[in-house]
Design a protein around this ligand. Structure first.
Ligand code: FES
Ligand code: FE2
Length: 408
């Protein structure tokens, strides 16, 4: 494959050569060295969505997140606090947690049973000298923050600011009370496509009309009523929803930040939920919401998550790169903690629209990758009116790569 294993000078030149409004060069989707640089420049530096806090709502529960060669354990302690640790034993480096999730009083290394408590302190190390300094051999902590039930981690020593994102987004999500919800279903799909193609595909609805018949039952193709493609009947519907939400104290205004995140509460085009008939999939209203008719709060945070919080359920998405042409996309469907499967919701009905949408997006991203892999691939042009979201992502991505500096 062309451009494989490029050097740092080539990489710097490649970054400088990218033109706003045009698609990226082939190497961005195929090159191993560039992918490795992204791991350092973006994935081991930016805040990443790890999972939902309600999945570890009891003391000692944990889940694992692998980010390239790094592996992180996110755990709730007996004090209720959530901590994140590098999943690497301080003895000889073995992985500590080998499963994806679990519950334990202490973290015990499977190799020689060094034992760490729920704060990461080393509490047991067999046959080590009397004067061995256990305190100096605690697990290495990873930065972790909770935002209205969403857990973000950052592998950098000194993370970028998180507070503005948290302060702006929390009021939109807080009434949905996702910290106290339950995951009705989790699904991970592996897409044979570069992670950026997965995000790019998510950032436009140019493909929705032909690609997503189920989703278009209830969402509008446009994000903004001023969009010339906006269906005329959506304008007064959206205005009435927004007026009601103002009275109910539910924030809805779009707030987008060049740091790579945005939040908005979007009126449904039709119905109340992402179901085939638009009716709620779960009969329990989420959190402290007044009713089901609250649109969908969409939270986006580059590089790896987009989310929808609706009146009756929420859907979280986590994207993790596995290789230059392989990406894991994990979807979680959340419902009210007291909602009972088969009584308050039917799982098939809850999953149907986004399971179909995910499958359709997987095919689109994989076809996109295959076409880019061809020697005939040339840089293309985005539609400014339909693909402004993709353009914003590419701008953020190139800035983040350049900010990180070139590898030596
Ligand atoms: S590597 Fe963990 S106890 Fe030896
Ligand atoms: Fe899509």
């Amino acid at each position: 494959m062309k451009n494989k294993n490029m050097g740092s000078a080539q990489l710097a030149a490649l970054l400088d050569r990218q033109v706003p409004g045009e698609t990226l060069d082939q190497a961005f989707y195929t090159d191993d060295a560039l992918f490795q640089f992204e791991m350092d420049a973006i994935w081991h530096r930016e805040w990443l969505f790890a999972g939902m806090s309600c999945t570890i709502n009891t003391a000692g529960s944990w889940f694992k997140v692998d980010i390239g060669t790094a592996s992180v354990v996110v755990m709730r302690g007996r004090d209720g606090a959530i901590r994140a640790f590098h999943n690497t034993c301080r003895h000889r480096g073995s992985r500590l947690c080998v499963g994806d999730k679990g519950k334990t009083r202490n973290l015990i290394c499977p190799y020689h049973q060094w034992t760490y408590d729920d704060t990461g302190s080393l509490i047991f190390a067999r046959e080590m000298p009397e004067n061995f300094d256990k305190a100096a051999n605690a697990l290495q902590q990873v930065h972790v923050r909770e935002l209205a039930g969403y857990l973000f981690i950052c592998l950098a020593d000194t993370p970028n600011a998180f507070d503005t994102f948290a302060n702006v987004v929390t009021p939109y999500l807080a009434p949905h009370d996702l910290a106290d919800a339950k995951v009705a279903h989790e699904m991970t799909i592996i897409e044979e496509a570069n992670w950026k193609l997965v995000i790019e595909n998510n950032r436009e609805c140019y493909h929705c009309r032909s690609g997503h018949p189920e989703l278009l039952n209830t969402i509008a193709e446009v994000e903004d009523v001023n969009d010339p493609r906006c269906p005329p009947e959506y304008v007064p519907k959206a205005a009435a929803d927004q007026l009601r939400w103002d009275e109910q104290g539910l924030p809805h205004r779009l707030q987008a930040n060049p740091q790579g995140w945005q939040v908005v509460r979007v009126p449904m085009y039709r119905g109340l939920s992402f179901t085939m008939d638009g009716q709620p999939a779960s009969q329990r209203v989420m959190g402290r919401l007044p009713d089901f008719d609250v649109g969908s709060v969409r939270v986006l945070h580059f590089p790896n998550t987009w989310n929808h919080a609706l009146g009756d359920h929420a859907i979280s998405f986590r994207v993790l790169p596995l290789g230059p042409q392989k990406t894991a996309v994990t979807t979680q469907w959340l419902v009210h903690k007291d909602a009972v499967e088969g009584v308050d919701y039917q799982l098939d009905n809850l999953l149907k629209v986004w399971r179909a949408t995910n499958d359709q997006d997987k095919t689109l991203a994989e076809n996109n990758q295959l076409g880019i892999n061809s020697p005939a691939y040339r840089k293309g042009h985005y539609s400014p009116s339909a693909e402004y979201g993709v353009m914003a992502f590419i701008t953020w991505y190139l800035d983040a790569m350049k900010r990180a500096g070139m590898p030596e």
